[in-house]
Ligand binder design. Structure first.
Ligand SMILES: [Zn+2]
Length: 135
């Protein structure tokens, strides 16, 4: 199993969730995975700004990575862990100030790389600490 995001396994498509009636049911979403005939597409709302699209793309890729690893979580916990891993993987130039602080904490000031298995385990310890702090 890989700690890397499965860029090669998915097709990335930009759809108009806001205005195209075909995608009406996704109106309140930023992105969605497992779409298309082969369920190998990620759809991203084209109305989101450029930086947000970078985070959405990684968020959906993290869902796919976790599914391929057999992570069996649902609901808010799945969303929270996925979003924090995505934050750790998104370059700082695409993040807001608040997100940047979380990115640096999760990466331990860049000593940890989410693409390395051992480092990703450490990042997940930090993700769990953050989520326990929240609850
Ligand atoms: Zn999600």
């Amino acid at each position: 199993m890989s700690a890397k995001l499965p860029y090669q396994k998915v097709k990335i498509r930009y759809k108009d969730f806001e205005h195209d009636k075909k995608y009406k049911k996704y109106k309140n979403h930023y992105g969605i995975c497992n779409e298309g005939k082969k369920e190998d597409e990620i759809w991203i709302d084209k109305n989101s700004d450029k930086s947000l699209k970078q985070l959405i793309l990684r968020h959906e890729l993290v869902h796919v990575r976790r599914q391929r690893e057999g992570v069996n979580k649902t609901g808010q916990r799945e969303e929270d862990e996925t979003e924090l891993e995505a934050l750790s993987r998104t370059p700082i130039k695409y993040l807001t100030q608040g997100e940047e602080i979380i990115h640096k904490y999760l990466r331990n000031k860049n000593k940890l790389s989410p693409n390395k298995r051992e480092d990703l385990k450490e990042i997940y310890k930090r993700i769990k600490r953050l989520l326990e702090f929240k609850n």
